[in-house]
Design a binder for this molecule. Structure first.
Ligand code: RNT
Ligand code: ZN
Length: 429
């Protein structure tokens, strides 16, 4: 089946001409919006490609960590080489600037068993070479889960000092790796810390683990480790996890305070709040205080289910708020979802394109007109224009963004994904 929808370069150009006139009538410059939307890097999470498995050389199999990919669609990447092959395909189908976001357990140590506290930049040299080759940046994450020392659902907040110390050393190692990646690739490397620590049921003591977490984080971020400025540390809070339903040590409140008091980047994951909370509204609640935010785009269904991101109101509203606050340069954008029940290359492309569409959508907002109307007290007119903006010819501008980025526009990429599945993914057992 063909998915080109009769889109030719000529129809894209014709449709775009009419669309840009429509937007211009409301004071929106579509060319400028496309250029800005293309330039925002989106960091592709490596863990969608292999269902959050990682490629550590291990003595024993371990699982867990309060996150779980469900599904068994064939074709998942079984090795780092396969994952790089898949990600290369994904990047080919994506418009705009991309990065790749690695977790520490995607290290390559050959036959050596290297524990997390002993990881070094050299264990990621093949990733770094690949990133150079395809011209993208890398981001990083220490992996505080899926490890025997995380089996109590406690890591940096563990009551046992030796376990805390192990994870502090892992955190320090991750920061050095991030710095090395930044140096090798010529720019910042965001190093995001998320820990699974919590309790399944009412803990008698909710305070001491948080005190210990502060102490561990402070020890890990100590300047004495000599980590350079290209490692940009972020901390990610959460509401709850599987097996830790009652209590999360590193809650959203905890990290908002920690990041602020330590001048670190606060990470907001769209799946990490109560379902009725508006993540979009949090953006302007944090921006007056925090220099930068990291946003994990995700799609929770009923819970933190990490479904593939779609262009829904939640994601659209987040970037509308970022655009209206003129804060795109204060936001790092990364993806965080994992669906093992569909073609994983397709999952990446759908979720990343949806995120970039949301960025473009935010930039196409007739904000100046809306502000003017609101300022004049013309509130019904403001609401009406907000509503009408939703049905302006957004698709024509998106297709032009794809055309300018030299990637398939509209649905045309679906055929490429199906071909890749037939040629490569179905051959993996
Ligand atoms: C978990 C956090 C975290 C992870 C990755 C794998 O709930 O969202 O970002 O998804 O570190
Ligand atoms: Zn996340």
């Amino acid at each position: 089946m063909s998915y080109d929808g009769n889109l030719t370069d000529q129809t894209i150009q014709d449709d775009y001409k009419r669309a840009s006139d429509r937007y211009a009538a409301f004071g929106v410059d579509t060319d400028a919006a496309i250029e800005k939307a293309q330039a925002i890097p989106i960091s592709l999470h490596c863990w969608q490609g292999d269902d959050v498995g990682g490629f550590e050389t291990k003595e024993e199999a371990v699982e867990g960590g309060g996150i779980m990919a469900t599904g068994n669609f064939p074709g998942k990447a079984r090795t780092a080489d396969e994952l790089r092959q898949d990600l290369t395909k994904v990047v080919d189908l994506l418009p705009g600037a991309q990065r790749v976001n690695l977790h520490a357990f995607y290290c390559e140590t050959g036959s050596d068993v290297v524990d997390r506290d002993a990881l070094e930049p050299k264990h990621f040299s093949r990733w770094i070479d690949w990133a150079k080759e395809i011209g993208i940046g890398l981001d990083f994450n220490p992996t505080y889960f899926a490890h025997p020392k995380a089996n109590d659902n406690l890591t940096l907040a563990h009551p046992d000092k030796s376990i805390r110390e192990f994870w502090i050393q892992h955190g320090v190692a991750s920061r050095k790796i991030a710095q090395a990646m930044g140096e090798a690739l010529g720019g910042e490397c965001v190093n995001n810390h998320w820990i699974p620590d919590g309790a399944k049921d009412h803990p008698a003591d909710r305070f001491s683990p948080r005190e210990r977490l502060v102490e561990s984080l402070d020890a890990m971020f100590d300047q004495g480790h000599g980590v350079g400025p290209l490692c940009v540390d972020a901390v990610e809070g959460k509401l709850f996890g599987l097996g830790v339903e009652d209590y999360t040590v590193g809650s959203n409140d905890f990290y908002a305070n920690y990041a602020l008091s330590r001048d670190q980047v606060l990470c907001l994951d769209m799946g990490h709040f109560h379902p009725t909370e508006s993540i979009a509204d949090k953006v302007t609640a944090h921006l007056p205080f925090h220099k930068k935010l990291l946003i994990h785009t995700s799609r929770p269904i009923r819970w933190d289910s990490d479904h593939v991101v779609l262009l829904n109101d939640d994601v659209r509203n987040v970037f509308l708020e970022v655009a209206r606050a003129d804060a795109l340069d204060r936001i790092y954008v990364a993806l965080d979802f994992f669906d093992a029940s569909i073609n994983r290359v397709g999952a990446y492309v759908v979720g990343t394109r949806a995120t970039r569409k949301a960025i473009l959508y935010g930039l196409l907002d007739p904000s100046d007109r809306l502000l003017e109307l609101e300022g004049n007290g013309q509130l019904a007119s403001k609401l009406a224009l907000m509503e009408d903006a939703k049905t302006l010819p957004f698709g024509a501008v998106w297709d032009m963004l794809c055309l300018k980025s030299e990637v398939p526009a509209g649905a045309a990429w679906i055929g490429d994904m199906e071909q890749y599945e037939a040629d490569i993914l179905t051959k993996r057992s």
